[in-house]
Design a protein around this ligand. Structure first.
Ligand SMILES: Cc1cc2nc3c(=O)[nH]c(=O)nc-3n(C[C@H](O)[C@H](O)[C@H](O)COP(=O)(O)O)c2cc1C
Length: 181
């Protein structure tokens, strides 16, 4: 299937990202735009896909440590936090770029909710994950379990601290994806 040139494919860039206090190179810094959102915006500029921000109804605390505690509880409980927004339809998309930060070794639980909400059969999923050292963690395996009938491409791990400098890496990753089809 020749789908890239990305303008030929209808693509969705769905991402979770938390603005606010974050740990950057050993310091707490207030980020007005989360790292994953910054990466999602770069992907959108190139692919011209539709952006969808995955947000939980119960917002995460602005405080970093409090967020890590809430996130750990949700992970242990295998929670499915309720989402604020829903797509009218997933059917029209061929390609889904799925972005999230690495939280405790996998995706934030709202991304699990998102993946269970829609039918990804026959879709191509390209994942990108921002992190502070653990890369993709267990997330690829978790996505595979949640979307067994989707084709999962090799994901891109992005060091969150350096997200402003990764446009080249993102372009190279998108070029590789486009060459594969
Ligand atoms: C709750 C929480 C848990 C995290 N767990 C990890 C982790 O296990 N491994 C890691 O490398 N980074 C971890 N991080 C760092 C984030 O993955 C990193 O800062 C990411 O770029 C944040 O993306 P965002 O700004 O889009 O939310 C964690 C951050 C938070 C808030």
């Amino acid at each position: 299937m020749k789908i890239m040139n990305f303008s030929e494919a209808k693509s969705l860039i769905a991402f979770f990202s938390r603005a606010g206090n974050n740990y950057v190179s050993g310091k707490i810094v207030n980020l007005p735009v989360g790292n994953t959102e910054a990466a999602a915006n770069m992907i959108q500029e190139i692919t011209k896909g539709d952006l969808f921000h995955i947000n939980a109804v119960n917002e995460y605390p602005e405080d970093y440590t409090e967020t890590t505690e809430v996130a750990q509880k949700e992970l242990r409980a295998n929670a499915r936090p309720e989402l604020t927004d829903h797509l009218a339809s997933m059917a029209s998309y061929d390609m889904i770029f799925l972005g999230y930060p690495n939280w405790w070794g996998t995706m934030p639980m709202p991304v699990f909710t998102f993946l269970e909400e829609y039918d990804f059969s026959g879709k191509i999923i390209a994942l990108f994950c921002t992190h502070e050292g653990s890369g993709l963690g267990r997330s690829e395996g978790d996505i595979r379990k949640l979307c067994p009938k989707a084709t999962l491409l090799k994901g891109l791990a992005i060091h969150g601290t350096h997200v402003k400098d990764v446009k080249k890496d993102i372009t190279a990753w998108l070029d590789k994806i486009s060459a594969a089809f």
